[in-house]
Write a new protein. Structure first.
Ligand code: PEP
Ligand code: MG
Length: 880
C-alpha cells in the first residue's frame, strides 16, 4: 500500500479532493503545488497510517519506513541539501493535518534536523551564526514542549535568565553566543526533566515528531474538540513533513497569515498580518505586533507588506486571485518570504463570522465565482442566528472601560470570569458570562463555548481567541493591551478602574470596545445581503415556513423574518397573564359546569382580542390556533393567598379548594388529563375558545374586508372519535357565531399528530380532519417513552456514548419518530390526497430535521420567530 504522498518540485501524488486521506493541509499543499504555486517540497503520511497506528498497538505499517525514506530523498534532491548533513543540512517542519482543522492536536515542529553538528553547517551555509543558533533553540523549544511534553515556562525561564545576565530587554538584543548559551541551558534542562539527552540523530527526531502527531490525535483536548464538533475519532490525522523555508533570515524575509477577504466582515480586501524577519509562530504569539498587508489598511506608524516588500507582495496578490478562482472560496493562507522569494505554506477555506459568510457568498455569486444555488449552500443556516441577534444600541448610555481589537462581531453582556472551567460552571447555572483571559489556548475551548463573549489582553486578529470565537460565533475583543488581568486577585483593571470576577461587563466585538456594566441592545438590520440571500433561498425552497407564536410581539418579529403564517399558537400561553389567571383558576376549580361557564365568559373577551391582533398582524396568512392542551393542574393556585383568592371568587371555602386542588393533581400529567381529553370532559372550554376565534375572524373580516382562514387544531388526538367529537363542538359554535353576526368565514379543523397511535391510524383520523401538524415534541416523548422534561439529565450521556447520534428533542430521530411521520403522511394522504401537512415541534427550526421534512414531503415547517430565517435557508438547501 501507499502510505506516503509527495508534493512539490514537480512531483505531486495528491490533490485537493484527497482530503480524507491526506488531511486538509496535505491535500491543499499538493493542490497548490500542482497548480504551479511556489510550495516547498515535502510529503504527507496519510490518515490511514494513523488509523493503522491505533489498530495495531501504536505501531506503523512495515512499508512506512522505506516510503518515508524515499520521500525524504526526493526532498533532498529538490532542495540540494541532505538530512543530517553537517555542511548543508536539510531542515524540515513536521505538522499535523486532519480532514478538518482541529485545535488541540500537536501543531508544528519547525527546524527539525538541527543538532550540535548541523547547527554549525546552518551557520556556515546561511552566513549567519545568530540565525542558526536561534533556529536551534526554537527547535529544541518546540520539540521539547510538543513532543517531549515539557512545560512552556521552563524554556521561558532560561531565556529570561540569559537576558537578565546580558541586560537585554528584547530577544533581538541577544547575540549568537547568547543563543548558544540558551541552547546549552535548554539541553541541560531537557536532560534533567526527561532523564535522557536531547535527541541528536535527525532520524530519531523525525520519528519522534511523527509519533507525537499521531499520539496527539487521542489527547484529551483533541477528544473534547471532536465531541463538540461531531468529528469521528476514526478519521485520524495525517502528518506533513516539508522542507523548511525561513522567514527569519534577515530583513528581506518575512512570514504572514492572511485571508483573501476580511473574515470578520466579508469585505473583499486582502486581509492579514505579517512580520519581517520572523518565523511562523511569532505572528500568532503576539510578542511582536504584526503589520498589515495592504498600504490602504496601514495606520500611522505601521509598515505594510505592500510598502516594505513590493515584489513579494505583488506576487502574493496574484496568488490570492489564483487561489480564489481555483477554490472559489475565501482562503486562509500562510506564507513565508525567504530572501524576497515567496513560498506558500498553507491554504484552506477560511473560517469566518456568520456576517462574513453571508457577504462572501452573495459577493462571490455576484462576481460570478459561484452561482446562486452555491451561495445558498455556502451559508450555514444555524449561523444565521447570530446575525439576527442584537447589537449595542447606539443611543444607549455606556461607560467605556478600554478597547481592544474587534476580533469577532456581535455584542454580549455578562459577568466576568477568569477561567474556562468557571465559565462552564456558571453558564450551566444559566448565568451569562464573559470569559476574560490574558490569551486563550485550546484548553479553553469548553469555556469559550459556554461564554457569551470572550476578552483577551494579548494576541492579534489571528490569535487563538479571535479565530476560535469567530468560528463559534461568539463576540470577541482580543489583544486589549490596556487591560491588565490579575488571575490571583480575580480582577481586571484598566485606566485605574477595577472590575472583579462576578461583575458585569459588555463587549462590542464589532468595535473592540469594552464597557463597564450592561449596555442596551437593538434589533439587527435585515436588509442588504441578508435580504438578497433570503430572496434567492425563497426562490428555490418548496417548504413553506411558518412560526410558533402567540403574542403580537412574536408574531410581528416572525413576520419581519419572513414567516408565512402561524403554524402553532399555543392558546394556554395566553392564560397566564395576571389579568386572566384569576378567571382561569376560577374555571378549573369550579366543580360545576355553570361555574366554569361563568369564568370562561370572563376569559372570552381577552381571547377574542388576542386572536384579533394575531389575525391583523398575519394579514390573510394562515393562522393555526391550537385549543387548550396542558393538564389543568398547571394553572392551579399554589400559595395560600392564591387559594384564598379563588375561594372567594367562587364563594367556596378554602378547605374545599384545597381538596379540589388535590383532586386535580395527577401522577403522570404528561400522559394524563390533557389535550383533547380536556375538551371532551369540559366541552365548554373548547366552545369558548372556538367562539373567540370565530368572533375575532368575523371582526377582522368586517374591519378589513378580507377574512382570515383560521386553522383550528385539536391537540393530543389518539383516536378518530376524539377528533369527531371535538370537531363537532367547533362546528356547532361556528354556526352559532355566523348566525349571530350574519357573517361566515372559512375555517379548517385539523389535528396534531403527536401520539404513535394517531400516526398509525392516520387514515381514519384524516377522514375527519382537514390537516395534520406533527407535534414532534410529544411524538418524540411518546415514541421513545422519554420524558421531555427529565431527559436532559441523562440524554447527554446517551449522545456521548453514541447510543443516540443526537438529542432527539433537537434533531428528529429519522428511524423511529420519522418513520411514524412518514406512515401518518402515507395513510393520511391515502384518504385525502391534498391533506395539508406541517410540523410544529421544536424540530421545525432545526436544519437537519427540515431536510427530513423536505424528503418526507410535508407542506410547511413552523418554528420560533428567530429561527424563521434559519428555516427558510435550510429549506432551500434541502430542496437543492
Ligand atoms: C409538540 O408536542 O410537538 C407540540 C408542538 O406541542 P407542545 O410542545 O406544546 O406540547
Ligand atoms: Mg404537544
Amino acid at each position: 500500500s501507499k502510505w506516503v504522498y509527495s508534493f512539490g518540485a514537480g512531483h505531486n501524488d495528491g490533490k485537493a479532493e484527497m482530503r480524507n486521506l491526506l488531511g486538509g493541509k496535505g491535500a491543499n499543499l499538493a493542490e497548490m503545488a500542482s497548480i504551479g504555486l511556489p510550495v516547498p517540497p515535502g510529503f504527507t503520511i496519510t490518515t490511514e497510517v494513523c488509523t493503522y497506528y491505533y489498530d495495531h498497538g501504536k505501531s506503523y505499517p512495515p512499508e512506512l519506513k522505506d516510503q518515508v525514506g524515499t520521500a525524504l530523498r526526493r526532498i533532498e534532491e529538490a532542495v540540494g541539501t541532505r538530512f543530517g548533513d553537517t555542511h548543508k543540512p536539510l531542515l524540515v517542519s513536521v505538522r499535523s493535518g486532519a480532514r478538518v482543522s482541529m485545535p488541540g492536536m500537536m501543531d508544528t515542529v519547525l527546524n527539525l534536523g538541527l543538532n550540535d553538528q548541523t547547527v554549525d553547517g546552518l551557520a556556515t551555509a546561511s552566513g549567519d551564526p545568530r540565525f542558526a543558533w536561534d533556529s536551534y533553540r526554537r527547535f529544541i523549544q518546540m520539540f521539547g514542549s510538543v513532543v517531549l511534553g515539557i512545560d512552556h515556562h521552563r524554556f521561558e525561564e532560561i531565556i529570561e535568565h540569559v537576558k537578565l545576565e546580558r541586560g537585554a530587554v528584547e530577544d533581538t538584543q541577544l547575540t549568537a553566543q547568547d543563543w548558544q548559551r540558551v541552547v546549552d541551558g535548554y539541553k541541560e534542562m531537557v536532560a534533567e526533566v526527561t532523564g535522557k539527552p536531547f535527541p541528536q540523530d535527525p532520524q530519531d527526531q523525525l520519528w519522534a515528531a511523527i509519533g507525537a502527531v499521531f499520539g496527539s490525535w487521542m489527547n484529551p483536548r483533541a477528544n473534547t474538540y471532536r465531541r463538540l464538533h461531531d468529528i469521528p475519532a476514526d478519521w485520524g490525522t495525517a502528518v506533513n513533513v516539508q522542507a523548511m523555508v525561513f522567514g527569519n533570515m534577515g530583513e528581506d524575509c518575512a512570514t504572514g497569515v492572511c485571508f483573501t477577504r476580511d473574515p470578520s466582515t466579508g469585505e473583499n480586501i486582502f486581509y492579514g498580518e505579517y512580520l519581517i524577519n520572523a518565523q511562523g509562530e511569532d505572528v500568532v504569539a503576539g510578542i511582536r505586533t504584526p503589520q498589515p498587508m495592504s498600504e490602504a489598511r496601514a495606520k500611522p506608524g505601521e509598515r505594510s507588506m505592500e510598502a516594505a516588500m513590493p515584489g513579494a507582495y505583488k506576487e502574493l496578490v496574484e496568488v490570492r486571485a489564483t487561489l480564489e478562482k481555483h477554490y472559489t472560496d475565501m482562503q486562509d493562507i500562510e506564507f513565508t518570504v525567504q530572501q524576497n522569494k515567496l513560498y506558500m505554506l498553507q491554504t484552506r477555506n477560511g473560517k469566518r463570522t456568520a456576517a462574513a459568510s453571508l457577504k462572501i457568498a452573495v459577493d462571490m455569486a455576484r462576481e460570478g465565482l459561484i452561482d446562486e444555488s452555491e451561495a445558498i449552500k455556502r451559508v450555514n443556516p444555524a449561523a444565521l442566528d447570530q446575525l439576527l441577534h442584537p447589537t449595542l444600541d447606539p443611543k444607549a448610555p455606556r461607560k467605556l472601560l478600554s478597547k481592544g481589537l474587534p476580533a469577532s462581531p456581535g455584542a454580549a453582556s455578562g459577568i466576568v470570569v477568569f477561567s474556562a472551567d468557571e465559565a462552564e460552571a456558571r453558564a450551566a447555572k444559566g448565568e451569562s458570562v464573559i470569559l476574560v483571559r490574558i490569551e486563550t489556548s485550546p484548553e479553553d475551548i469548553h469555556g469559550m463555548h459556554a461564554a457569551k463573549g470572550i476578552l483577551t489582553t494579548r494576541g492579534g486578529m489571528t490569535s487563538h481567541a479571535a479565530v476560535v470565537a469567530r468560528g463559534m460565533g461568539r463576540p470577541c475583543v482580543a489583544g486589549a493591551g490596556g487591560v491588565t488581568v490579575d488571575y490571583g486577585a480575580q480582577a481586571l483593571s484598566a485606566g485605574g478602574q477595577i472590575v472583579r470576577a462576578g461583575e458585569t461587563i459588555t463587549l462590542d466585538g464589532a468595535t473592540g470596545e469594552i464597557f463597564i456594566g450592561s449596555v442596551a441592545m437593538v434589533e439587527p438590520q435585515l436588509s442588504g445581503d441578508f435580504a438578497t440571500l433570503m430572496e434567492w433561498a425563497d426562490k428555490v425552497r418548496r417548504l413553506k415556513v411558518r412560526t410558533n407564536a402567540e403574542t403580537p410581539l412574536d408574531a410581528d418579529t416572525a413576520r419581519k423574518f419572513g414567516a408565512e403564517g402561524i403554524g402553532l399558537c399555543r392558546t394556554e400561553h395566553m392564560f397566564f397573564d395576571p389579568e386572566r389567571i384569576g378567571a382561569v383558576r376560577q374555571m378549573i376549580m369550579s366543580e360545576t359546569e355553570g361555574g366554569r361557564r361563568e369564568a370562561l365568559s370572563r376569559l372570552l373577551p381577552f381571547q377574542r382580542q388576542d386572536f384579533v391582533e394575531l389575525f391583523r398582524i398575519m394579514a390573510g396568512l394562515p393562522v393555526t390556533i391550537r385549543l387548550l392542551d396542558p393538564p389543568l393542574h398547571e394553572f392551579l393556585p399554589h400559595s395560600d393567598a392564591e387559594i384564598a383568592e379563588v375561594a372567594e371568587s367562587l364563594g367556596a371555602d378554602v378547605v374545599a379548594m384545597q381538596r379540589r386542588a388535590q383532586e386535580l393533581s395527577e401522577a403522570n400529567p404528561m400522559l394524563g388529563h390533557r389535550g383533547c381529553r380536556l375538551g371532551i370532559s369540559f366541552p365548554e372550554i373548547y366552545e369558548m375558545q372556538a367562539r373567540a376565534i370565530f368572533e375575532a375572524a368575523v371582526a377582522i373580516a368586517k374591519e378589513t374586508g378580507k377574512a382570515p382562514v383560521p386553522e383550528i387544531m385539536i391537540p393530543l388526538v389518539a383516536t378518530r372519535r376524539e377528533l369527531e367529537i371535538t370537531k363537532a363542538q367547533v362546528d356547532k359554535v361556528a354556526q352559532e357565531v355566523f348566525g349571530e353576526t350574519g357573517h361566515r368565514v372559512e375555517y379548517l379543523v385539523g389535528t396534531m399528530i403527536e401520539l404513535p397511535r394517531a400516526a398509525l391510524v392516520a387514515d381514519r383520523i384524516a377522514e375527519v380532519g382537514d390537516f395534520f401538524s406533527f407535534g414532534t415534541n410529544d411524538l418524540t416523548q411518546t415514541t421513545f417513552g422519554l420524558s421531555r422534561d427529565d431527559a436532559g439529565k441523562f440524554l447527554p450521556l446517551y449522545v456521548e456514548k453514541g447510543i443516540l447520534p443526537k438529542d432527539p428533542f433537537v434533531s428528529i430521530d429519522p428511524d423511529g419518530v420519522g418513520a411514524l411521520v412518514k406512515i401518518a403522511k402515507e395513510k393520511g394522504r391515502s384518504v385525502k390526497p391534498d391533506l395539508k401537512l406541517g410540523i410544529c415541534g421544536e424540530h421545525g427550526g432545526d436544519p437537519f430535521s427540515i431536510a427530513f421534512c423536505e424528503e418526507a414531503g410535508l407542506d410547511y415547517v413552523s418554528c420560533s420567530p428567530y429561527r424563521v430565517p434559519v428555516a427558510r435557508l435550510a429549506a432551500a438547501q434541502a430542496a437543492l
